[in-house]
Design a protein. Structure first.
Length: 227
């Protein structure tokens, strides 16, 4: 999701790589779940997020839509996001004690928080959102350890590819009439989200099979739509 803000207003002024230390450690949150409430539609889910949730919960995209996620427009493209529910507008995956029930396979934005991504011409770096996490006395932790994804290099390449693809789709949408935009939106959802990916390797945190199929789907869609 694009944010039209100044970096100096939200960050510590630094940009980090995966091997840098950043003051993001929150000591296991210790019962705090403020970042899991009142987030609106901002926790947008990429295809790997949905794949992991489906595998981890032994469910389908359609079942997730009925209970824990919803669809909204983000930068011109309809994408799924975590649903905030109840009086507290809390994430639907929080239990009665305010703890995450899908922590082992939580979405990428949740893993990243309170970090964000600053996209550049040929990649991205991370930045620390200084006003987001309410925990005081945060400790320093290496970025890649904080994110906690094995083979982070492949994951970062996937994130960059998905970001670039969505940007291309947003630009393409501007050239289409309303009916063709609707068809395009449905095609993206069906290709990357609704159609299940093969294999259950996500249970072990090994996403190689997912990446292979994801890139195949992306190239096929680009060729079919002339992107």
């Amino acid at each position: 999701m694009k944010r039209n803000i100044r970096m100096e207003d939200i960050s510590d002024g630094n940009l980090y790589t995966a091997n840098d230390m950043v003051k993001a450690g929150c000591h296991g949150c210790k019962g705090c779940s403020e970042c899991c409430s009142g987030m609106g539609t901002s926790v947008i889910l990429d295809p790997l997020d949905i794949h992991q949730l489906c595998v981890g919960l032994h469910t389908t995209f359609e079942q997730l839509l009925e209970e824990t996620i919803e669809l909204n427009m983000a930068d011109g493209v309809i994408l799924p996001n975590l649903n905030m529910s109840g009086k507290e507008e809390a994430c639907s995956f929080l239990d009665e004690n305010g703890r995450c029930m899908v922590h082992a396979f939580r979405p990428g934005i949740c893993r990243l928080f309170p970090l964000g991504r600053f996209y550049e011409e040929n990649g991205f770096r991370y930045f620390l959102q200084v006003h987001e996490c309410k925990k005081a006395d945060r400790s320093k932790v290496k970025v890649k350890k904080w994110i906690g994804i094995s083979d982070l290099k492949s994951y970062e390449a996937y994130i960059l590819a998905w970001h670039g693809f969505l940007k291309t789709c947003e630009e393409a949408m501007e050239t289409l009439d309303e009916e063709n935009r609707r068809v395009f939106q449905i095609y993206i959802l069906r290709t990357f989200y609704q159609t299940a990916y093969q294999g259950r390797e996500a249970e072990a945190g090994d996403f190689r099979l997912f990446y292979l199929e994801f890139y195949e789907r992306m190239e096929e869609l680009k060729a079919r739509l002339g992107l």
